[in-house]
Ligand binder design. Structure first.
Ligand code: TPP
Ligand code: MG
Length: 554
């Protein structure tokens, strides 16, 4: 245990600065360059989740940051600890997630160190910021500034601190610097400028078929009700991006996600639209189908950073710079009543009753249609469980759970990497320790970081992993088949996840019939452990977006 009378070392003070920043959770994998600091941080009351791969420390911190709307903190050792982050850091940077990563650096005192590598260019290439801290007395201020930078720039900030410096006696001031929240500029809901509001009112008043399209900016600004009001005032419909899905889950005129995972009704609606009001959405390529989804619509972008060009597409012709809440509220309030006839009982019924995708496939009798599996999960899983969606072809099916709220949902997809599901679920579990967490993942993605089942088990996290096991890299299979190419590198057979789970100390079940699900829900409800459900699904069912993007070659 720590001798409180011992003269403090630099790492003691650095841990205190993190504690003073309000850090209550840190995801870490220890090595020479972070273990002393991390041990002190834990002694000061921070909860440490010790993962089995550094990638997963940062990925878990990403989900934690998203869920708490705070700063995620992770820690890795120098050299190989840092090089493991080359997939998670870009993912965090592109998703605009504020993180502070305490990384070591090789010791300065020796001319050579086997784990030494030039960390800065690798980290900055990912879009994260990198600061080498080489002057102990200034490190507390530099750490405080890193928290400020992460929050303001909404990206990861990596701190490289040579571990020989961390271990030196502290010779700096006794007083710690003021924490970042005390010096940060005030945040407030930026109202629209009068001329932009007036132009927006004119534009919207002239439109007959309005779609209010909300992204994470609308979620974070708590603009859900204001968007509903705006849609009602225009007689239009509501939709969201994939990460914001569920924001309007109980609105009869919500057409679900718009983008790769649109429903059939949703596609028809946006095709008919003459105006898309994008609220707090970055208008990413996939959200608009590369500009194909709404051929007849103008776009009004309400955002703190309204865009003309996004991801190389001309996405919006009209702009209103404002906070999502203030902008949407003021626009709704200023609009005259609409005479649009779009909203009617017929449309509501179509939204309520038509399947997301009505295509039919020849499914093997002993395997599940992924759509039936998801419908059964949707009907059975309790509303209050946190949901985490991962990646792969199966994510198109898992996205169709329209009764679930945004509040209890998380997906982070900006870098398009598989293998993050377990980490994201751990981040959510840490952020919401009193909730059960359900992860929906593919077999390939889960296997990519399967070692984290041990972390889930060891930390007693109450995570249920539902694997859509098609025995394959489904995304690749369907693309290879559409090209008429051999599928060999993408079909591996059905790994037995129930046994794998048990080997890691979790519960494991194989699901071959959706009728098993209600009993398994009851079992998990009363279980303190994590569990894996291995759902055996057919690889014959191809999602709409894959069929469209990769039609069968004639
Ligand atoms: C890190 C990384 N490696 C490879 C890929 C390419 N990739 C995209 S989806 C996918 C298959 C995922 O398989 P699985 O998790 O089983 O989901 P499925 O597509 O079968 O539903 C692969 C390999 C990727 N996106 N990210
Ligand atoms: Mg698969």
């Amino acid at each position: 245990m720590h001798d409180s009378n011992a003269a403090p070392r630099v790492y003691d003070i650095l841990a205190k600065v993190f504690t003073q920043e309000g850090v209550t959770d840190c995801f870490a994998l220890l090595g020479d360059a972070n273990m002393n600091w991390a041990t002190r941080l834990k002694e000061q009351g921070c909860r440490l989740t010790y993962v089995r791969h550094e990638h997963c420390a940062v990925a878990a911190a990403m989900a934690y940051a998203r869920k708490t709307q705070g700063i995620g903190v992770a820690s890795v050792t120098c050299g190989p600890g840092v090089t493991q982050l080359m997939t998670s850091l870009p993912a965090a940077a592109r998703a605009h997630l504020p993180l502070v990563v305490f990384a070591g650096e090789a010791p300065l005192k020796s001319g050579w160190y086997n784990q030494g590598i030039d960390q800065a260019p690798m980290v900055t290439a990912t879009g994260a910021a990198y600061h080498s801290l080489h002057f102990p007395e200034r490190m507390p201020v530099a750490i405080r500034d890193a928290f400020l930078q992460a929050r303001i720039e909404r990206r990861p900030v990596v701190l490289g601190i040579p571990f020989d410096l961390q271990n030196r006696p502290w010779e700096g001031p006794v007083e710690l610097p003021e924490p970042s929240h005390q010096i940060a500029p005030r945040q407030y809901a930026l109202p629209p400028a009068a001329d932009e509001l007036e132009a927006a009112v004119n534009l919207v008043s002239k439109s007959k078929r309005v779609v209010v399209f909300a992204g994470m900016g609308a979620v974070e600004a708590q603009a859900g009700d204001a968007c509903r009001e705006l849609a009602a005032k225009t007689g239009g419909v509501l939709t969201t991006t994939l990460p914001a899905r569920g924001l309007f889950h109980d609105d009869p005129f919500c057409i679900g996600i718009t983008g790769s995972f649109s429903t059939e009704v949703g596609l028809e609606c946006v095709k008919e639209a003459d105006l898309i009001i994008a609220v707090g959405a970055s208008l990413a390529f996939h959200a608009g189908g590369g500009g194909q989804l709404w051929p007849n619509a103008q776009v009004l972008h309400i955002d703190l950073e309204p865009a003309a060009i996004s991801q190389a597409q001309h996405v919006a012709q009209h702009h209103m710079r404002a906070d999502a809440l203030a902008g949407t509220e003021q626009l709704a309030a200023a609009l005259p009543p609409s005479n649009s006839t779009w909203r009617d009982e017929n449309l509501a019924e179509q939204i309520r009753t038509r399947p997301a995708d009505s295509a039919t496939f020849d499914v093997e009798p002993d395997l599940l249609d992924p759509r039936d599996a998801v419908a059964a999960l949707e009907a059975t899983l309790p509303d209050e469980w946190e949901m985490v969606n991962s990646s792969g072809h199966c994510s198109a099916f898992f996205a169709q759970m329209p009764s679930r709220t945004q509040e209890r949902f998380l997906t982070i997809r900006e870098f398009g990497a598989i293998g993050n599901g377990t980490s994201f679920a751990m981040g959510v579990a840490a952020a919401r320790p009193d909730s059960k967490v359900v992860l929906f993942d593919g077999d390939g993605s889960l296997l990519m970081n399967i070692q984290e089942l041990e972390t889930i088990s060891r930390h007693g996290m109450n995570i249920l992993i539902v694997v859509m096991n098609d025995g394959a890299y489904g995304s690749e299979v369907h693309k290879l088949r559409s090209e008429g190419l051999a599928e060999e590198g993408s079909v591996f057979g059905y790994a037995d996840f129930a046994d794998i789970a048990k080997g890691f100390g979790l519960d494991g079940h194989t699901i071959t019939d959706v009728a098993q699900i209600p009993d398994l829900v009851e079992t998990f409800k009363s279980s303190p452990r994590g569990a894996v459900w291995d759902m055996r699904v057919s690889d014959k069912v191809v999602s709409r977006i894959t069929r469209q993007a990769h039609p069968q070659r004639k």
